[in-house]
Design a protein around this ligand. Structure first.
Ligand SMILES: [Zn+2]
Length: 301
């Protein structure tokens, strides 16, 4: 690989004391940063000996990563059978956050809003919505879905919005993609009003799927830098000024084609599964399944 690589410290405790748990597989970067892609390409994964968090190290520079997201394709998420699945997932996240928080109206920010499906649903419920994402194609589509939302292209950071201006903040499969997840949560805590809630969804390294798949766990991907457990994510949220309220495993809805496309690391098995689904006309059937993901709700007190 031609790209420059940098070494990083543990995203949770900041130490530089680790053991390798999964050697790098960096054969191809092609399409690895497209939306809804779980490419088997990944960095070397290490486990911090101080706090137990797994993370990618060394990794591409932040500039290189942002560039790759900027041009990431969104074809998988737009006007396909998978778009119905994405809408089902986003609806489930928002409904859960509303149920936990009891907040039924106000201003919602979605960090890493992708193609805008979460914003579309929240807007439909009457929320005033804002979103931000580094993907140019994604933001363009999100704006077409939510015409009067405040949807921005770029990196989420401090100084973008007034402090204490949001009732709800969602962060769906984003925290695992960034070099400094603490910065995201700390900044979110500042943007939240007192009594506001944050909702974070990410992979769960304590899930049964992670445990049975070992080094082949689907979450091991070049898009991911931090690999969380419910305990580590709650600890991080607490250190960033939020009060964790609950963690639970997520149900994920996808088509059988998506499961086959991404669930097999062996190309031969994948091809065979896709062929079978095609022959049986079952590829577009949707299935909800606990796919090794979890979600955290946390409150700003
Ligand atoms: Zn650590």
């Amino acid at each position: 690989m031609k790209h420059e690589m940098i070494t990083i410290r543990c995203p949770l405790c900041g130490e530089n004391d680790h053991v390798t748990v999964n050697e790098a597989n960096l054969d191809s970067l092609e399409n690895a940063f497209d939306y809804l892609t779980e490419s088997p390409t990944h960095y070397r994964i290490v486990r911090c000996r101080q706090c137990g968090m797994e993370y990618s190290n060394p990794i591409l520079t932040e500039e290189a990563i942002l560039d790759l997201y900027k041009t990431g394709k969104v074809d998988n998420c737009v006007k396909t059978d998978e778009e119905r699945s994405i809408r089902a997932n986003m609806r489930r996240y928002v409904d859960r956050l509303i149920r936990h928080s009891g907040i039924l109206e106000g201003r919602l920010l979605d960090i890493g809003c992708g193609c805008g499906h979460l914003l579309e649903y929240a807007h439909g419920l009457g929320f005033d919505v804002a979103g931000i994402d580094p993907g140019r194609n994604a933001v363009e589509y999100a704006r077409s879905l939510v015409k009067d939302g405040d949807i921005r292209e770029g990196k989420f950071e401090a100084g973008l919005f007034p402090e204490a201006s949001f009732d709800l903040i969602t962060c769906i499969h984003v925290i695992d993609h960034v070099i400094d997840p603490k910065e995201i949560i700390e900044t979110s805590a500042k943007y939240l009003k007192k009594g506001g809630w944050m909702f974070i969804a990410t992979h769960n390294m304590n899930s049964w799927l992670a445990k049975i798949s070992g080094t082949n766990f689907i979450a091991y991907s070049i898009q991911h830098i931090g690999y969380f457990t419910p305990q580590l994510l709650s600890k991080m949220a607490a250190e960033c000024g939020l009060t964790p309220a609950s963690t639970q495993s997520s149900l994920s809805t996808y088509t059988l084609n998506h499961y086959a496309e991404n669930g097999f690391r062996s190309p031969a098995l994948r091809k065979c599964a896709l062929k079978c689904l095609k022959a049986l006309h079952l590829g577009n059937v949707q299935l909800s399944f606990p796919f090794g993901n979890m979600e955290l709700t946390a409150r700003k007190d």
